[in-house]
Design a protein around this ligand. Structure first.
Ligand SMILES: Cc1ncc(COP(=O)(O)O)c(C=O)c1O
Length: 430
C-alpha cells in the first residue's frame, strides 16, 4: 500500500488505524469517527455524514473551520516557507498582538503545545523562587507533564493537599512537589498558601476550571495570597485565552496573574502555544539578564512557526472586530437555554455549567463548584445524551460545547432540535 492510496471507506480507515495506532486512535477523541473535512461550524466524516461541530478541534477553531481570511494568511506564508528555527516577522507580530491583549504579558515565549507552555510556566516559577512545590487545584488540567498529571481526574478521593498521579510512569518523588486544593474554596487556598509559603514556587490554576466558573472572590483571593508571599500566580489560559474575552479570563474576571499560558486559539488551528508574563519572571529565559544559575533553558524546533503565527494573527484580527464576542455568546445562550428548558420539561435534574462560549450539562441537582461536584453527576446519563446528540448530527466532546463565531442559525436550530429530542427520549427512558 502506498501513502497515496485512494481514500477508503470510514470502516476500512478504522481497521487500518487499529493496526498501527495504540487503542486505534490518536489518544484524543473516540476513534469511531474519522473526520474528512470541516467548514464553518460543521465537519464531515469519511462516510459523508455532516455534524454541527462543537468539538472545534478541542477549542482552537473559534472562528470556524477554513475561515477564508485564515486560509489566505496560511497560503500566503506557505509560499514563503514553512519553518525557519529563527525569528520571523509573523511570529514577532503575533507576540506583539498577544502582549497588547493580555494584561499580564510584558513578554512571551512561543512553544508548540499547551502542555509545554504549562510545563515551562511551572519551571519558570521554580527558577524564579528557587523553591520546588506547586499548588494546583483538583480537576484542573494543565497538559501532560509530570507536574501537571496530578489530581486531574482522581477516582480515589484523598485528603487535600495530597496529590494523586493520573498516569503510570510518573516518578513517585514528583508527588512530593505538588500540593492539591479544592477549586472555589478561598478559605482553604488562604490556609494552604500561608502554611506552605516558604516552600511554594507557584500556584497554577485554570481561572475557569474545565467548565466551572470561579465564584466571586476566589481568583482575587489567590491573587492576594500569592502576592503577599511573593509566589508567582499562573493562569492557564490555554482554553480561555481569546475565548472568554479577547483579553482572556484575566480580562473577563479582572484579575491579573504573574504568568499565563496560551494555546489553542492563538495558533488558529495550527500548533502554537505560549508562556507570557511579567518582564521580571520572563527574564529567566534570558541568560544575559539572570546568569547561568537563574537561566531556564528552552528551545523547540517549531517554536514561533511562521505558518501557525500567520493563522493565529488572522484569527485574532477577526476576533478583534466589533460584535465578534457578542455573536459567539448569543449562540451559546440559545443552546444553554435549550438545555435548561428541555431537561426541565423532561423532568431530569441538570445544571448547565459554564459561560456562553464554553459550557456543558452536568446531570445533578447540586450546584457545581468543583471537581467533586462534577464527579457526583450522573456520567451514564451524560454518555447517553452525547450518544443521542451524535446520532442527530451534533459532535461534541464528552464534557464540553465549544461555541464558534461560525455557527450559523441553521446550525443552532439543528442543535436545539436535537437537544429537545434527546431530552424527550431520556425522559421517556426514565
Ligand atoms: C486548560 C488546558 N491547559 C493545557 C492544555 C494542553 O494543551 P495541548 O493539548 O495543546 O498540549 C489543555 C488542552 O486541552 C487545556 O485545556
Amino acid at each position: 500500500m502506498t501513502i497515496k492510496d485512494t481514500v477508503p471507506g470510514e470502516s476500512e480507515l478504522r481497521e487500518r488505524a487499529r493496526r498501527v495506532l495504540p487503542a486505534g486512535g490518536f489518544g484524543n477523541f473516540p476513534a469511531d469517527v474519522v473526520i474528512a473535512r470541516g467548514e464553518g461550524g460543521r465537519v464531515w466524516d469519511e462516510s459523508g455524514r455532516a455534524y454541527v461541530d462543537f468539538l472545534l478541534g478541542s477549542g482552537p477553531m473559534l472562528v470556524g473551520h477554513c475561515h477564508p481570511e485564515v486560509m489566505a494568511a496560511v497560503a500566503g506564508q506557505l509560499s514563503r516557507g514553512t519553518t525557519f528555527f529563527a525569528n520571523n516577522a509573523e511570529g514577532i507580530r503575533l507576540a506583539e498582538v498577544i502582549c497588547d491583549a493580555m494584561a499580564c504579558a510584558d513578554k512571551l515565549r512561543f512553544v508548540s503545545t499547551g502542555s509545554e507552555a504549562d510545563m515551562y510556566a511551572m519551571r519558570l516559577a521554580r527558577a524564579h523562587t528557587g523553591r520546588d512545590k506547586i499548588l494546583k487545584f483538583e480537576g484542573g488540567y494543565h497538559g501532560m507533564s509530570e507536574s501537571s498529571l496530578m489530581s486531574l481526574a482522581p477516582k480515589r478521593l484523598v485528603n487535600f493537599p495530597q496529590a494523586v498521579p493520573d498516569s503510570a510512569g510518573i516518578p513517585a518523588a514528583m508527588r512530593e512537589t505538588m500540593l492539591i486544593a479544592p477549586f472555589n474554596d478561598p478559605d482553604f487556598a488562604h490556609q494552604i498558601i500561608s502554611e506552605y509559603a516558604d516552600e511554594l514556587a507557584g500556584v497554577i490554576v485554570e481561572p475557569f476550571q474545565r467548565l466551572i466558573p470561579p465564584e466571586p472572590g476566589f481568583l482575587e483571593c489567590l491573587r492576594e495570597e500569592t502576592a503577599r508571599h511573593g509566589i508567582p500566580l499562573i493562569f492557564d489560559e490555554v482554553v480561555t485565552g481569546f475565548r472568554l474575552a479577547y483579553g482572556g479570563a484575566q480580562e473577563h474576571y479582572g484579575v491579573t496573574p504573574d504568568l499565563c499560558t496560551l494555546g489553542k486559539v492563538i495558533g488558529g488551528g495550527l500548533p502554537l502555544a505560549a508562556i507570557a508574563g511579567s518582564d521580571e519572571i520572563m527574564a529567566h529565559f534570558d541568560k544575559d539578564r539572570v546568569g547561568e544559575a537563574g537561566f531556564t533553558y528552552q528551545v523547540g524546533t517549531l517554536s514561533g512557526n511562521p505558518v501557525a503565527a500567520a493563522a493565529g494573527l488572522a484569527t485574532l484580527e477577526i476576533l478583534r472586530r466589533p460584535g465578534a464576542y457578542d455573536r459567539i455568546e448569543a449562540t451559546g445562550r440559545v443552546i444553554m437555554a435549550a438545555l435548561r428548558d428541555s431537561f426541565a420539561e423532561a423532568g431530569i435534574p441538570i445544571q448547565v455549567v459554564g459561560v456562553p462560549s464554553l459550557f456543558d450539562v452536568v446531570f445533578t441537582d447540586r450546584r457545581v463548584r468543583n471537581y467533586r461536584d462534577v464527579l457526583a453527576g450522573d456520567a451514564a446519563l451524560l454518555q447517553r445524551f452525547n450518544q443521542l446528540l451524535r446520532a442527530r448530527g451534533i459532535l461534541k466532546t464528552d464534557s464540553k460545547f465549544y461555541i464558534s463565531l461560525a455557527h450559523s442559525e441553521a446550525d443552532v436550530a439543528q442543535t436545539v432540535g436535537a437537544i429537545r429530542e434527546a431530552a424527550r427520549i431520556m425522559g421517556a427512558e426514565g
